[in-house]
Design a protein around this ligand. Structure first.
Ligand code: WT7
Length: 653
């Protein structure tokens, strides 16, 4: 058995769940009487405007509804209910890349959100249920925009600020958004970058009836063109707004937001989240997994464009009444100590980041943490991809000083909040394992027939009972909800609906869950989910490209990086590799965004395919990773190509 690291005894004293016995009892109770467990939590945690009449309705499973009949408002849960006791406490501490700080108390946040809500309703004509796209940098107004949507009952669709005009347009069209909220631009690496011109570009080719209003927050103050009648200046509008707003009472099951994420086929899916179930689990997991207390200063480094930025960048910690840190820029700007300087300056108590960031910080400044006072830290978190032991140990020892438990949290856009994670006051931890499912979450590792695999064997990571923060469907595509998630692992019992996550996993010798990564054609680049199909369809638009297959190889910093196998059209054989690589990466920047780049381009005479013409990506992945292919090669239409590709790959690496 490998070494387990015990919880810090000081932290354990006041933790919400402070022993393995307590964890096991709670998990057992939730498993045996789920409705009793969830009912108690919902009553305890949520400020209901109207109580619900039923905890769980499974009659249309796997379309579930939770807390039917109840009414609440997420913005009230995150802000207003804290005002009586904590109005002068900081809700947000924001720091710009240049080091400017803004501190926003709960009282100030409530006023800003109310004014924002008034702008949305009065000036932009947004109504309950309308979709509002948010394309913003990490500034307090981004959180205000999200919370203002929650306040009025509009559905927000946050699009990561690093995505291209193409992606932005697709999401505006997919959700038939009425309004876009953006900023002129922001800063990265000390230089201004622009957002509003990308919105203009996206809207240029949008159907005329969509999105005829754009709200612009001026931030980097670089001159931008304003289209009169369409563009609205936030700073001028906000001056004349009332500082009060009566929150819209929302049904438990009303959609709170849509967030797109990649699947193995087709366009990214609009993952639909609800109101009560979502905020309940966002708040409760913030509390138990990070041990958030009222005096906690919680810093989640994720952008609001990802689910982590939604649930733990904004909603969960505010619902729990903590202080959140928002940082606009790059973690290593202007130097390798920036991240640690922010922790020292704002007395951050919990840091939540991705393994890719930890590996980068380790590489650029292995001794930097020791130059700062990090004694405020209590719990460290990671998310997004498996963490390698080397990065884990550096995080634990050099950042956490050996005192701070690491919570390696496994979850997904679809799950709304954490599913598998250590509890910082209870679970003995070890590098590379997310350990055990949280109370209320039924995780099983199964084969495709729904049979549990034995300890040590790889299986499919599944969730076998519903939970309140689960996504309810794919926007406008309920068939895809069933096909992508519930049709893969089938049980002989028709009443058993098994959610398959897309990940593989196994139980290790401690009985802990080790997540090994995606089993489908989804890649995980720096913790970002990207489908091979999306990248391939962009690359295929290049004139020289006849065929392409994209897989990932392992990477020291980004976890995985992209390898593209390209077959040229005839007459394109003499192209310069570097030129073509640059051109393809330019296409990816335009079509998806600058975060997606080909790391290794391999020109091949053909691709391995089945007789029905399906490209064998799994085989290509093994070749790219220099692994012995385990796939059955007998079904290949052109078996000689395998050896040829292997030889070219080896030469190219
Ligand atoms: C995929 C979900 C949910 C927050 C960020 C990403 C991978 C996530 C872990 C972890 C190993 C992890 C999985 C999952 N993943 N957390 N702790 N250990 N892998 O959200 O974009 O929806 O991606 O990220 O492969 O399926 P997402």
């Amino acid at each position: 058995m490998s070494k387990l690291y015990k919880p810090n005894s000081e932290l354990q004293k006041n933790a919400y769940i402070n022993s393995m016995d307590m964890y096991r009892q709670l998990w057992q109770h939730a498993d045996e009487q789920p409705e009793v467990y969830w009912d108690k939590l919902a009553k305890e945690k949520i400020n209901w405007i109207k109580p619900y009449s039923r905890v769980l309705n499974s009659s249309k499973a796997p379309f579930y509804s939770w807390f039917e009949g109840g009414k609440l408002n997420i913005a009230d849960q995150c802000i207003d209910r804290h005002l009586a006791k904590n109005s002068n406490k900081n809700a947000i501490i924001w720091e710009s890349e240049s080091g400017k700080t803004r501190k926003i108390t709960y009282k100030k946040l409530s006023v800003s959100v109310n004014k924002f809500a008034n702008i949305l309703i009065n000036d932009l004509g947004v109504k309950k249920g309308d979709r509002v796209v948010i394309y913003m940098p990490i500034i307090p107004e981004a959180a205000c925009a999200m919370l203002a949507c929650a306040k009025i009952g509009a559905i927000h669709v946050v699009v990561f600020g690093g995505f291209s005009a193409e992606v932005l347009r697709e999401r505006i069209i997919d959700t038939k958004a009425k309004v876009v909220i953006t900023a002129d631009g922001a800063y990265r690496h000390g230089k201004p970058y622009m957002l509003k011109p990308i919105v203009d570009q996206a809207l240029n080719e949008c159907p005329a009836d969509l999105c005829n209003k754009v709200l612009v927050v001026k931030h980097n103050k670089v001159e931008i063109p304003f289209i009169s009648g369409r563009d609205y200046d936030y700073q001028s509008l906000v001056k004349s707004q009332k500082s009060t707003f009566k929150s819209e009472p929302m049904d438990s099951e009303d959609i709170s937001f849509i967030l797109h994420t990649s699947g193995s086929t087709g366009k990214p899916k609009g993952i639909q989240h609800t109101t009560a179930g979502y905020i309940l689990w966002a708040q409760y997991t913030s509390e138990i997994v990070f041990d958030l207390k009222e005096d906690s200063v919680f810093w989640c480094t994720a952008d609001i464009g990802w689910i982590t930025g939604h649930t733990y960048g904004v909603y969960g910690p505010l619902a729990a009444g903590a202080t959140i840190v928002m940082y606009e820029g790059v973690l290593t700007y202007p130097d390798a100590g920036r991240c640690w300087k922010i922790i020292e300056k704002h007395h951050v108590t919990q840091l939540y980041t991705a393994p890719t960031a930890i590996r980068l910080l380790h590489k650029v400044g292995p001794n930097e943490p020791s130059k700062y006072d990090l004694s405020s830290l209590k719990v460290l978190g990671t998310v997004g991809e498996p963490i390698n032991p080397e990065a884990w140990l550096w995080y634990y020892n050099s950042v956490g000083g050996g005192r701070c438990p690491i919570v390696d949290t496994w979850w997904q856009t679809e799950t709304g909040g954490h599913m598998i994670s250590p509890l910082p006051g209870a679970t003995p931890i070890k590098p590379g394992s997310a350990t055990l499912p949280l109370p209320g979450i039924s995780v099983e590792i199964l084969d495709v027939n729904g049979t549990p695999v034995s300890q040590g064997s790889q299986g499919l990571l599944c969730i076998t009972k519903p939970w309140p923060s689960m996504f309810r469907s794919v926007w406008h595509d309920s068939d895809r909800y069933i096909k992508s998630y519930y049709d893969v692992v089938k049980s002989s019992d028709k009443n058993r609906h098994i959610y398959f996550s897309g990940d593989g996993a196994y139980y290790d010798e401690n009985g802990y869950i080790v997540v090994t990564g995606r089993t489908d054609d989804v890649m995980n680049i720096s913790g970002h989910r990207v489908s091979s199909a999306e990248v391939e369809s962009a690359i295929a638009s290049h004139l020289a490209v006849a065929e392409v297959a994209v897989v990932s190889q392992l990477d020291d910093i980004s976890g995985e990086s992209i390898v593209a196998y390209v077959v040229y059209h005839n007459n394109y054989d003499n192209l310069n590799m570097l030129t073509i690589l640059n051109e393809l990466n330019q296409i990816l920047t335009t079509e998806i965004g600058p975060i997606i780049k080909i790391k290794r381009l391999i020109i091949v005479p053909g691709l391995p395919k089945t007789r029905s013409g399906k490209v064998l990506r799994r085989l290509l992945r093994s070749i790219a990773r220099d692994e012995q292919p385990t796939q059955d090669l007998s079904t290949i239409e052109n078996p000689t190509i395998v050896k040829i590709i292997q030889d070219i790959s080896q030469k190219a690496s």
